[in-house]
Design a protein around this ligand. Structure first.
Ligand code: TIU
Length: 226
């Protein structure tokens, strides 16, 4: 860990990254959202769009790992008995398969099932935090805040899916808890391009009301990764 601060060109203004105190938070890069036959597909989405976020997220992950900076992965998932899944979440709408129903990757959004796993390119390694979360926000009903506080993490750099659902919800939760949050543009994706674009704008509006956005090249360049 070093105390030298790094300036990342960002919107709405440069982001000052404190090496070692900024965790990379990769939201829900699970097969259930990215591959056919999972939860995202059951909601009627074209899941192929989300694959674009894998390689940029992998480059961030590699950069953080190389520097031994903290990394946190999240998985939206439920206990096998669905005791942590509010009926309102399971019963909403009329999807062909609901949370907990069997599919080609096992039971949808259930912990331990193949679909719940993070895609192989981003698989967590030992020493990295993995948070299973029942909600869209990663702070809700998890140990995330306690874990970050215990480690002295004060900043969060975000990647993952989907931009306007779990990523934005978690960034807003983080903002209210005092974390400076930066979203890396190419490392996040949505099933709806317009919603991704709108979310990036919402984050930086009003002087960074939620946080910052930056390009992958600007983040990697600022931390010395060519
Ligand atoms: N449906 C959708 O866009 N997202 C989710 O349900 N969860 C996450 O964003 N991870």
């Amino acid at each position: 860990m070093t105390s030298t601060m790094l300036q990342i060109p960002a919107r709405p203004f440069p982001y000052t990254l404190r090496p070692g105190l900024a965790a990379l938070v990769i939201i829900d890069m699970q097969r259930d959202f990215i591959e056919p036959g999972g939860f995202g597909a059951s909601l009627g989405n074209d899941v192929s769009r989300l694959q674009a976020a894998i390689e940029p997220s992998r480059q961030l992950l590699e950069a953080w790992r190389k520097r031994r900076w903290p990394v946190l992965h999240t998985r939206e998932s439920h206990a096998p008995d669905l005791s942590d899944c509010p009926p309102a979440k399971r019963e909403r709408g009329s999807p062909p398969r609901r949370i907990g129903d069997p599919g080609p990757m096992g039971r949808l959004l259930v912990r331990g099932e193949p679909g719940s796993e993070i895609v192989p390119a981003l698989a967590p390694r030992s020493g990295e935090w993995v948070i299973d979360k029942p909600g869209k926000g990663a702070f809700h009903a998890t140990s995330m805040q306690a874990l970050l506080e215990a480690a002295g993490v004060t900043q969060l750099v975000f990647a993952g899916v989907t931009t306007e659902v779990c990523v934005q919800t978690t960034m807003r939760e983080a903002n209210d808890r005092g974390y400076d949050s930066l979203l890396v543009e190419e490392a996040t994706e949505s099933y709806f391009p317009a919603y991704k674009a709108a979310t990036l704008e919402m984050i930086v509006a009003q002087g960074g009301i939620v946080g910052w956005t930056a390009t992958l090249a600007d983040v990697l360049g600022a931390i010395g990764e060519s």
